[in-house]
Design a binder for this molecule. Structure first.
Ligand SMILES: [Zn+2]
Ligand SMILES: [Zn+2]
Length: 123
């Protein structure tokens, strides 16, 4: 399985679980006649819809679940956490995951290169 597909699955699972929780909460609110529960469930859903792009929960989950990936070219397992150099020339002073944006220019990696056979791997 490619890294991009894995990331999509994790993001989808995260969104689904938030939506399921708020849906269940809204239903429980109706069932128990509690306006507060119903409103907090709807608020959670709206909050999620407004902030999921800026709150990095889904990226953090992806980073935790995908610490390494096999290379398509040679099959070697590559560490995704390291001091990878960005296209802007910035080399971080501490290890970072390839999914996280560059601290200098804010760009994300679209590909990384296998250190053994130089095959590009979409991330
Ligand atoms: Zn390779
Ligand atoms: Zn950069």
């Amino acid at each position: 399985m490619g890294i991009r597909l894995k990331r999509r699955l994790i993001a989808a699972a995260y969104h689904c679980s938030v939506i399921t929780v708020s849906y269940a909460g809204a239903k429980a609110g109706i069932a128990f006649g509690s306006e507060l529960v119903f409103q907090s469930a709807i608020a959670l859903l709206i909050f999620h819809a407004l902030t999921f792009k800026v709150v990095p929960v889904s990226r953090r989950l992806q980073e935790r679940h995908i610490p390494e990936a096999p290379c398509f070219g040679c099959g070697t397992s590559i560490e995704l956490v390291g001091r990878y150099k960005c296209g802007c020339g910035f080399i971080p002073y501490k290890d970072r995951h390839v999914f996280s944006p560059c601290p200098n220019c804010g760009k994300r990696f679209l590909f990384m290169v296998c250190p053994y056979c130089e095959t590009s791997i979409p991330v």
